[in-house]
Design a protein around this ligand. Structure first.
Ligand code: PRX
Length: 545
């Protein structure tokens, strides 16, 4: 992998002086340019540091860094020596990090001052130490700058087999425990490389910008591996779309003359709120193709993206895929999708029967392709049960889908217990478990509610042990943020004296969803143990967090 994305370009392709990344920091005053030759040199140094620390082929390395060049350097250094990287999104809490380090049994954590409460970056051994809030540098920990300075900048790559693991990336599981999705070297290289080239119609003089965080699969595939495999020039942005002003995205597009721009509907909806004024100040004429990913895009956001950002002349590619599946759709002017080469979707009904023509049902895939996940780390059984059990012979995406008369696939959203908040997938069970950790909570149920910017948001019903307790919404919100991270911040907390349950004690989430959305027509409530609960919950609906 590392040879293909770096050495090949520098040594064979004469791209050594080509810019691999324009790094743009959170503050507009911080920026730098990294060429392919410089990147190769940093990666070799880092690979030698990791080797020096005892990391060998097949060992796991956890990475918990913001969007800085060191993140890309470390992931490629792992690939170079055959170590398996496990990147944890820097917006996750230290507890979430800890859970992922333990599952992957990483021997090294590469992290930034944010976690260790130091100013500079550190590589620290004995990762379990880093999980506590009182963590201090241990003797065995090392400073990035020091070890990198003393490290040689040549390192022969470790030659890997096609099916060797490249990385683990954790994604939410419906049981609430994150699943370590495993991708392998050759299939992932092939699919990131091909989809990048064809979906975004890559040309050598392009400047490509994917605004995702590398902590998610989109960043792995379309900031690191896909662009580098194609010898592309990308923008790597550390900051937020609205800092220090709401035109920051457009300013960056103008500054680097970005030609291909890939972002999420939630970002588009956020920026739409500020109107067209912030865009008018900048020259966006370099743009040629726009991409969207992470959640279904609503028609209003799509139109704004196409007409205001793309000035009506840029195709919008809607790319549906998952941490587990590496595929994207074809470019088109409309916001539905066609499958990529090698991908054979089908739509099934509840009984697993295949539906033909214009229809709606469960989106599944008929056969695997090289870029699909291979297993869940250390849990092949969970892998089989999660993706292949419901409909034998098919890979189950967990998404609903509609096929129209022209054969386009429209993703309608998750049809399992998953939520998509600002393009971040999470399970209701995960948030419920975080709420239940609080000593005053006896029961919790979490459902989704539509949200103007985030797409979906979290609406939580909480039953307290002591019914007389006063409103503790703020405390619960804080504890969910502490446990999972700010991305899981609940928008609504409703005190629920009781939850609607069937006679066998199962929580009726359909009803809770309707209460959260204020949909009064509840249909048949006869299976409920105590239908009066519903009325009480309706009367006490929460309109604010
Ligand atoms: O529900 C689908 C939604 O995001 C889920 C996958 O999330 P994750 O593994 O975090 O990967 C996100 C980035 C690839 C899917 O099951 N999703 C992703 N892209 C789209 C989408 N829903 C509709 N349209 C999309 N383009």
């Amino acid at each position: 992998m590392c040879y293909n994305v770096l050495d090949r370009h520098v040594k064979e392709g004469k791209l050594g002086e080509k810019v691999a990344y324009y790094w743009e920091g959170n503050s507009p005053d911080h920026h730098m340019t990294i060429t392919y030759r410089q990147l190769l040199s940093h990666v070799c140094r880092c690979a030698n540091v990791l080797k020096q620390m005892g990391v060998k082929r097949g060992d796991r390395v956890s990475i918990y860094l913001p969007m800085i060049p060191e993140l890309i350097v470390t992931m490629l250094a792992c690939a170079r020596i055959g170590a398996v990287h496990s990147i944890v999104f820097a917006g996750f809490s230290s507890e979430s990090l800890c859970e992922r380090i333990m599952d992957a049994q990483s021997s090294v954590l590469v992290t930034a001052g944010k976690l260790l409460q130091h100013q500079t970056y550190a590589i620290c051994l004995d990762v379990t130490c880093c999980c506590t809030r009182s963590c201090k540098m241990k003797l065995r920990d090392v400073w990035w700058d020091e070890v990198m300075r003393d490290s040689p900048d040549e390192c022969e790559p470790e030659w890997m087999d096609a099916e060797d693991p490249l990385f683990i990336l954790y994604t939410s599981g419906s049981t609430g425990k994150p699943k370590g999705v495993v991708h392998t070297v050759a299939g992932y290289l092939l699919y990131t490389s091909l989809t990048f080239r064809y979906v975004f119609d890559h040309h050598p003089d392009d400047v490509y910008w994917c605004t995702a965080d590398i902590g998610w699969i989109t960043g792995h595939s379309y900031i690191t591996y896909g662009p580098l495999a194609n010898g592309a020039t990308s923008v790597l942005f550390e900051g937020l779309p609205v800092h220090p002003h709401v035109g920051r995205f457009w300013e960056i597009i103008e500054k680097y003359k970005v030609t291909k721009f890939y972002t999420a509907p939630t970002a588009i909806r956020l920026l739409m709120k500020y109107g067209q004024e912030p865009l008018r100040k900048y020259d966006l004429s370099s743009l040629r193709i726009l991409g969207t990913v992470g959640e279904p895009i609503n028609p209003e956001a799509w139109r704004w993206y196409h007409e205001v950002v793309g000035q009506g002349r840029c195709p919008v590619v809607d790319t549906f895929w998952q941490t587990e599946t590496h595929l994207t759709s074809n470019p088109d002017f409309i916001f539905q999708t066609f499958p990529f080469f090698g991908v054979e979707p089908a739509i099934l009904n509840e009984h697993g029967e295949e539906l033909e023509g214009v229809t709606e049902g469960y989106l599944v895939f008929r056969k695997p392709w090289p870029g699909i996940m291979r297993t869940i780390y250390k849990n092949q059984e969970l892998f089989e049960n999660t993706y292949f059990r419901k409909f034998p012979g098919f890979y189950v995406t967990g998404d609903g889908c509609r096929r129209d008369k022209d054969g386009y696939y429209w993703i309608t959203g998750r049809i399992d217990d998953m939520l998509n908040v600002s393009g971040h997938l999470m399970s209701t069970a995960e948030v419920e478990a975080a709420l239940m950790l609080h000593q005053s909570v006896s029961e919790a149920a979490v459902v989704s509610r539509p949200h103007k910017v985030k797409g979906e948001c979290l609406y939580c019903f909480v039953t307290l042990k002591d019914r007389k307790n006063s409103d503790q919404s703020a405390v619960f919100i804080f504890s969910v943020r502490e446990k999972i991270g700010p991305i899981a911040t609940p928008d609504f907390i409703q005190n629920a004296p009781a939850l609607p349950k069937t006679r066998s004690g199962k929580i009726m989430r359909r009803i809770l969803r309707q209460i959260a959305r204020n949909e009064k027509d509840l249909g048949d409530l006869s299976t409920l143990a105590d239908p009066k609960v519903v009325e009480v919950l309706f009367n006490q609906r929460s309109e604010a967090a």
